[in-house]
Design a protein around this ligand. Structure first.
Ligand code: PGA
Length: 256
């Protein structure tokens, strides 16, 4: 997976399985992996299954898909029952982690500062951090979407870019799992705003960070979304669970 600076980066298509998937679903990962080996894809492909499946998912992916976690603790080790460190994710063979997903911000009270600490932990372990931000429907209706997301960027990213292994996932909360999504113009406006915020935060290095769109991405809309300016990939929930749908989304990235 391309995570470093300098070279032109391919779009990143990341599947987030959330709390779905028993061992019987590993065949979906294997199917995507076999297909990618048979016919190349113009994107980096990542699947983030539940932590219980990570090690077996790495085997099923056979090196042609990257595997990542859905969250990590900010500490590397200690008396923290039930938590999983970035180093532990790395130890399974994972190479990335989603941090600050709105479901964790809402259900587990994760704050911007906690998310920033998790980004630092991901870098410490050598993982790509995918940092999720996004506004609620009420915030969008109140005309505050850009400000809310700008504030989340400022608060959820470490002040110093200690590693270029980072991507942003812009996921409007009201678009997640709902079938609704912003218009192409609204997605473009937000992604351009996020780019400006990244440059304000990290200087020129902020120009190289991939900004993924997430929220109701599916095979029928992926091509249009992925062609929008400043959209560097997609974060896919429900439609990443079935190999055929996820692969169609991955194949919606045109050759560079
Ligand atoms: P969705 O979820 O694709 O099912 O809308 C996206 C996400 O929450 O990452």
């Amino acid at each position: 997976m391309t995570t470093n600076t300098g070279e032109a980066m391919q779009p990143l298509i990341a599947g987030n399985w959330k709390m779905h998937g028993l061992a019987s679903r590993l065949g979906e990962i294997e199917a995507v992996s076999v297909s990618i080996r048979a016919r190349p894809i113009y994107a980096d492909v990542l699947i983030c299954p539940p932590a219980t499946l990570l090690a077996r998912a790495v085997q099923a992916a056979a090196g042609s898909i990257a595997i990542g976690g859905q969250d990590c603790d900010c500490e590397s080790t200690g008396a923290f029952t039930g938590d999983i460190s970035a180093e532990m994710l790395k130890d399974t063979g994972a190479c990335a982690v989603i941090v600050g997903h709105s479901e964790r911000r809402q259900r587990h009270g994760e704050t911007d500062a906690m998310v920033a600490a998790k980004v630092t932990a991901a870098w410490r372990a050598g993982l790509l951090a995918i940092v999720c931000i996004g506004e609620s429907e009420a915030q969008r209706l109140a005309g505050k979407a850009l400000t809310v997301c700008g504030d989340q960027i400022a608060g959820s990213l470490p002040a110093v870019m200690a590693s270029s292994a980072v991507a942003i996932g812009y996921e409007p909360l009201w678009a997640i799992g709902s079938g609704s999504m912003p218009s192409p113009e609204e997605i473009t406006q937000m992604h351009q705003h996020i780019r400006q915020c990244l440059v304000a935060h990290w200087g020129a290095a902020g120009k190289l960070v991939r900004i993924l769109y997430g929220g109701s991405v599916k095979p029928s809309n992926a091509r249009e979304i992925l062609a929008l300016p400043e959209v560097g990939g997609a974060l896919v929930g429900g439609e990443s669970l079935e190999a055929m749908d996820f692969e169609t989304i991955c194949r919606s990235v045109p050759p560079a």
